[in-house]
Write a protein that binds this ligand. Sequence first.
Ligand code: DGL
Length: 355
Amino acid sequence: MSRFFCFSARSCNTAARAASYIAGMKKKPIIVVLGTGGTIAGHGASAAHVAAYTCSVLAIDEIMAAMPHAASRADLRMEQLLQIGSENFRNEHLLMIGKRVSAALEDVEVDGVVLTQGTDTIEETAYFLHLTIKSEKPVVVVGSMRPPSAMSSDAALNLYAAVCAAAHPSSRGKGVLVVANDEIHTARDVSKASSFKLEAFHSPYGPLGYIVEGLPRYYRTVARDHTLSAEWSVDQIESLPRVDIIHAYGELDESVVEAIASQARGIVYAGTGNGSIARRIAAVLAQAAQRGVQVARASRTGSGVVIRNGAQPDDERGWLVVDDQSPYKARVLLMLALLGGIGDRAALQACFYRY
Ligand code: DGL
């Protein structure tokens, strides 16, 4: 009889699993975890400080070390990219993060990337990556609303869930994902909709799925183009054109709009209701469009579509309209769309319906 006799089904399974790991037959996925700061890297004076604390102080390996469960799901390679609140992210940061994510995914050994960042601008970073990363491998952006030091912090569970999502083959090809509060959102739709609640992330058509007991369950896919089918690659972008957002309100002064329009290559106008523009502002924006500034009407309401040539004569004034993109998503999209030049308005308009 063999000396490697199995005493029970359980020990036999364990031995077989160990042997298969050793033989390289069953490997844990390799996930690169990039840290950039935010609340998930924050620390408060006491556990009672759930909303007042210092952001961006813990290094990514410290955060991961406090959460051994993630290492049971994947081999983690940690890297500190930045240590700043995401309100400081400028275009140069988006490009730097995107190029690093892209390089990480090019490594054939790597199965996915988790990017930790502050939640304030997660919706912009994630959407930028969603449109410019050329890979099917999962990229999950994650943050937390409470620092790891707080009572009932969501930091550990969100990060664990993000690693689980990135490590699972069912997350491939779905574009960039944002994981928070047990939910998996598409970068296209998600926005931060609360300044302090754990339930801060919202997608107008609902999340793509949930993380349940460490496993993703998907219920829908993304209808619009992204990653491999999108026309941009972050590796080929060195800078982004200036696109500003102008938020509508009753006393918005024409001179402010004129000052911005004289500097920008694109403007997203977060208009009232269905992207409405007051008559006196419309005159300034029509002139800007004549000079070649691309003006896209969006809505400040937080959801819904903007109707082209509805209440506003977009063709006549040379304006674009968003489909349903928020002003912040529209800004990211218009910056990318303008990389190809500003000449072809119809092509720019088509981007809002394609992505
Ligand atoms: N300063 C904010 C940021 O980095 C902290 C908010 C958060 O991470 O939840 O976006």
